[in-house]
Ligand binder design. Sequence first.
Ligand SMILES: C[S@@+](CC[C@H](N)C(=O)[O-])C[C@H]1O[C@@H](n2cnc3c(N)ncnc32)[C@H](O)[C@@H]1O
Length: 293
Amino acid sequence: MTKFIVSSTIPFRWLHYFCQTDPDALALSTDNVSVFSKILDDIRINGVWKRTNPARLPKTETALVKHLDCKLKDLHVLDLGASDGSTTLDMARAFKTAGFTNVNLLLADRYLSLTKFTVGYITEYRASDGEPVLMRVGRLGIRLPKSEHDWGWLNNYIAGRYLANTTLRNAMTPVQDISLINPNIAHETTISALEFDALQRQPHLAGRLHALRASNILNLEYFSTTQLRTMVGHIFTYLKDDGLFLASRNVCEAGLEGEHGTIWRKSNGCFNQLESFGAGSEITDIVTRWESE
Ligand SMILES: C[S@@+](CC[C@H](N)C(=O)[O-])C[C@H]1O[C@@H](n2cnc3c(N)ncnc32)[C@H](O)[C@@H]1O
């Protein structure tokens, strides 16, 4: 679907079908956490939405606070697939309110910036690994493959022709880097950002974490069972013994978002389930059956 690029946020769900907020607005964005997150609503990179919102994960925060020891001197928690980090900020506040001191939160995501490229009247936004996200000419934009969920034949045709034009695309020059991290995070000293792909093991994280939260990322819709098993294996190595792993997904029911998730503790070479909320995590089988070699 060709989108009309608008400079403000979009007030109605149905309007997203025709319109998309200009990604350039991210670079101008204010200190308002939810405005920045709303601009991300329409951005999908490599098949996964950047969609997020403050205050959407209270059940995950309650579960983590409940199962972590607030007397821990130096708490390390990683928020995997954190998008712009507005939910990481909520988590920082929840820990503070619960009396945790010395908290270190890692906002981890595969895509923490976009680069804007131009040639003539054409602009293209690419992710940090070069994945094409959006092409626009003036106010008309087309989401590029893996960034559009529901392609019509016309889009397919235009985007296919556009992407095949390597001469044009190679002639583009980068004009701006756009951060996908919420500007409000800058005020929060307990949070640091880390760009990495959850499918690639990060040796520097081995045995470092007291807890890892993965909300709205380890979804069956986004990854194959084999990929999910690989990621669960990496998460296992990042956790300390007795560390916590929480996986959850928000599902829209009758216009309201409901949280469904499960929390496990790492012990004796596997994950032991502690509790679930809503209908539980959709990857419960994968996690519960997972065992270290
Ligand atoms: C739907 S958002 C979830 C944001 C936040 N956790 C929430 O629940 O509001 C999913 C995020 O996962 C990130 N992501 C996708 N694939 C990833 C990967 N392989 N490794 C790390 N992050 C990834 C996306 O860039 C996106 O920001």
